[in-house]
Ligand binder design. Structure first.
Ligand SMILES: NC(=O)c1ccc[n+]([C@@H]2O[C@H](COP(=O)([O-])OP(=O)(O)OC[C@H]3O[C@@H](n4cnc5c(N)ncnc54)[C@H](O)[C@@H]3O)[C@@H](O)[C@H]2O)c1
Ligand SMILES: O=c1ccn([C@@H]2O[C@H](COP(=O)(O)OP(=O)(O)O[C@H]3OC[C@](O)(CO)[C@H]3O)[C@@H](O)[C@H]2O)c(=O)[nH]1
Length: 389
């Protein structure tokens, strides 16, 4: 347990609280649980259908915090225990969602239910019981940039007015309904509007987080090792899988889309600031990303190949990348966000937060983890059986 008194950004003591964390067993949840347990005195009621990624925090060996975390295996779609847990807590953080793009166009109903319908009771219970809510949305609510509709050679594309994504000014621009990729963004937008309306009409104390491609250890799964062989995780795990297997990295539609990547450990610092500074965080929507880590997906692939070769000692791939169409890779109805640069004005002003880690450094630590965790398992899974004489 952290022994020193914690103070907020205004110098006031932060009292220990109980946090109901829904989706605690996922990528972000596992890092947030680790941070809360190791640096604060808060208690965590961890809700999820899985706990593999937080097993190390639940085992009796981790005695120093075993009293401060309880795992509840609950599917929030249908479990009457949820309201009781929200009532027991001072704060609820909702991370639960289907949030892998391969699902948005292939399982649009599950995607909409997960991101909108299943989140409704969480918002309702928080509002009715006067409990604070931190709800996880996404940078995808911005959709495409205004600049993407300009001619390719227009100089206006270089003007931040046409690409910078600002919480209180940018529009949400999605494609047509038949492009089911946008089922996720649209569901997230509607739940944001509902949370905001509960704040405006019923006084719900809320914070909405819009993560911009947080990446790091424990993100998603490696197909055929700790997830389904045919599964398609997010890009970090797709490219890690290719590198671990020594095969070219697949660039969807040439890998021209641009992303900004932020290290999970930097982003978690921002969430802890929100948790411990309600007076500065309530009523706000926050972009959480790293505007300095922008690359095209092709550049990301090339950098990952270089970093992986360095940390694994494996020779560089002869053919590092291969092009694949989005239809072939994701199926009918896929579409993409062209560019995602977060405006940092609000999070700087309210919480004084800035990311620290460069893309190279975060890839170095993440790919070291991927190599250490999976290389042996991949070797065994792909080893040819020795013919018996
Ligand atoms: N990682 C990112 O960069 C990123 C970017 C944008 C938005 N987000 C948002 O952040 C949140 C967390 O993302 P993540 O990357 O940790 O994803 P994740 O898939 O690793 O974690 C989500 C967790 O929610 C759990 N869950 C889903 N449905 C549930 C249900 N019905 N009942 C109980 N548990 C359920 C899953 O089992 C999983 O452990 C999501 O809301 C996502 O939309 C993440
Ligand atoms: O093997 C691959 C996998 C993906 N791509 C392309 O990379 C881009 C990023 O893909 P990904 O990280 O999977 O997802 P997105 O950034 O598009 O969407 C996420 O953003 C935030 C979140 O809400 C939750 O994490 C989610 O929706 C993309 O252009 C892919 O086409 C590739 O080329 N090769």
């Amino acid at each position: 347990m952290a022994s020193t008194v914690r103070v907020d950004l205004d110098g006031n003591e932060v009292k220990a609280m109980t946090i109901c964390m829904i989706g605690a067993g996922g990528f972000i949840g596992s890092h947030l649980c680790e941070k809360i347990l190791s640096e604060t005195s808060h208690k965590v009621l961890a809700v999820d259908v899985y706990n593999d990624k937080i097993k190390h925090l639940l085992e009796p060996q981790t005695k120093q915090w075993v009293e401060r975390i309880q795992f509840h295996r609950i599917n929030i779609k249908h479990d009457s225990r949820l309201e009781g847990l929200i009532k027991m807590a001072d704060l609820t953080i909702n991370l639960a969602a289907i949030c892998t793009p391969a699902d948005y166009n292939t399982r649009p109903l599950d995607t909409i239910y997960s991101n909108f319908i299943d989140a409704l009771p969480v918002v309702k219970y928080c509002s009715e019981n006067n409990k604070r809510l931190i709800h996880f949305s996404t940078c995808e609510v911005y959709g495409k940039t205004i600049g993407s509709f300009l001619p390719k050679d227009s100089p206006l594309r270089e003007d931040p007015q046409f690409y910078l994504l600002s919480e209180d000014a940018s529009p949400c621009i999605f494609g047509p309904i038949e492009k089911q990729r946008w089922s996720y963004a649209c569901a997230k937008q509607l739940i944001e509007r509902l949370v905001y309306a509960e704040g405006a009409e019923n006084g719900l104390e809320f914070t909405i987080v819009r993560p911009f491609n947080w990446i790091g250890p424990r993100m998603d799964f490696i197909p055929g090792i700790d997830g389904p062989s045919e599964g398609v995780p997010r890009v970090l795990a797709c490219f890690s899988n290719n590198l671990l297997r020594g095969e070219p990295l697949k660039l969807v539609d040439g890998g021209e889309s641009q992303r900004t990547f932020v290290y999970i450990k930097d982003a978690i610092e921002a969430v802890l600031l929100m948790i411990e500074n309600p007076a500065r965080a309530n009523g706000h929507i926050f972009n959480v990303g790293n505007p300095h880590n922008e690359v095209t997906v092709k550049q990301l692939a090339e950098m990952m190949a270089e970093v992986y070769s360095k940390v694994s000692g494996e020779p560089a791939l002869e053919q590092p990348t291969i092009d694949v169409s989005s239809k072939e890779f994701y199926g009918e109805g896929y579409d993409d966000s062209d560019k995602r640069i977060p405006d940092m004005t609000i999070i700087n002003r309210q919480l004084g937060w800035n990311p620290k880690t460069s893309l190279w450094d975060l890839l170095e630590s993440t790919l070291t983890y991927q190599h250490r965790t999976y290389a042996e398992a991949i070797k065994q899974a792909t080893a040819k059986p020795v013919a018996s004489s």
